[in-house]
Design a protein around this ligand. Structure first.
Ligand code: C2E
Ligand code: CA
Ligand code: CA
Ligand code: CA
Length: 278
């Protein structure tokens, strides 16, 4: 029995068994959530620091769980990615964002939306043709529908990723490089993959008032982006000092709790009605 036991010990580890069981449970709950339309998009304002205006919003998913309440994306997106369910969830988010843009167009509200796209969705989970068809069906201008991808995306197959990106940008859909600076070789990605904007990760923005090297990094990213013709959005802007420093560095766009948390659509409209107040 001893010689056969080696592999079995892990299998019967009660903690591991519990973890596996929990995953299986969460995965079947995610399938139900897709079926029963339990997801909802929240909208976080993106502002122009030069014009002092609202320019758009990032669409951020939440799960309205029947027992657990509002579940944040970090608690289920990773499993959705591993299990492949992210494809369906991502298409749902694209559909809802496009519907929202269609409503804004009808009301002559000129705001853009940016939607998060997982590495796992590229290229086959979100074929460019599907994006084009969805936007066309809702009458959305491509410039009003941006896609946020993280550097992780660019780690996968270079050729097919580059092709996916260029098809989408050719049709006029802006591509944002999200969480910029957190990957291992952000700069080489920028050289190899053309994007329209980059979002400076909130971990760099957080300490710019107190940490000179973080401030220097953010300043360098902004200067570099400018020379490459790439617009910059600062994430995680939480106070007036952040705003003052970022303005001074020539950062044009910002997003963060200082302006607003991500909001359900009605609260987002209320926020918009209070503009300008920056
Ligand atoms: P992310 O794309 O980097 O989104 C920004 C996150 O920072 C959001 O968290 C937002 O609520 C939070 N945030 C915004 N302003 C501030 C601030 O001033 N301070 C701090 N500390 N945080 C701020 P959230 O909504 O919990 O989303 C977490 C992550 O989940 C997102 O990070 C994104 O990677 C992922 N995610 C959200 N929605 C989707 C989606 O529809 N599809 C995919 N694939 N991923 C999504
Ligand atoms: Ca994002
Ligand atoms: Ca981000
Ligand atoms: Ca992130």
């Amino acid at each position: 029995a001893k010689d056969k036991g080696g592999n079995l010990i892990q299998f019967f580890d009660p903690l591991l068994a519990l973890a596996i069981e929990e995953r299986r449970h969460l995965e079947s709950e995610l399938r139900r959530a897709i079926r029963e339309h339990e997801f909802v998009l929240y909208y976080q304002p993106i502002v122009d620091l030069v014009e002092d205006t609202l320019v758009g919003a990032e669409a951020l998913i939440r799960w309205r769980h029947p027992e657990r309440g509002l579940v944040p994306p970090d608690d289920f997106i990773p499993l959705a990615e591993e299990s492949g369910l992210i494809g369906e969830i991502g298409l749902w988010a694209l559909e809802v964002a496009s519907e929202q843009l269609a409503k804004w167009r009808a009301q002559a509200i000129q705001l853009y939306l940016s939607v998060n796209v997982s590495a796992r969705q590229i290229p086959d989970g979100l074929p460019p043709e599907t994006l084009f068809e969805t936007a066309r069906r809702h009458g959305c201008a491509p410039q009003s529908l941006a896609l946020e991808i993280t550097e992780g995306v660019l780690l996968s197959d270079f050729g097919s990723t580059a092709q996916w990106l260029s098809k989408i940008r050719e049709q006029g859909f802006p591509v944002y490089l999200d969480d910029f600076g957190t990957g291992y070789s952000s700069l080489s990605y920028l050289k190899r993959f053309a994007v329209d904007r980059l979002k400076i990760d909130k971990s760099f923005v957080r300490d710019i008032a107190t940490n000179a090297s973080d401030r220097a990094l953010v300043e360098a990213i902004i200067a570099m982006a400018k020379s490459l013709g790439i617009e910059v959005v600062a994430e995680g802007v939480e106070d007036a000092e952040h705003v003052r420093l970022l303005r001074g560095m020539g950062c044009r766009y910002a997003q963060g709790y200082f302006f607003s948390r991500p909001l359900p659509i009605d609260a987002f409209y209320a926020f918009r009605d209070r503009i300008p107040l920056l």
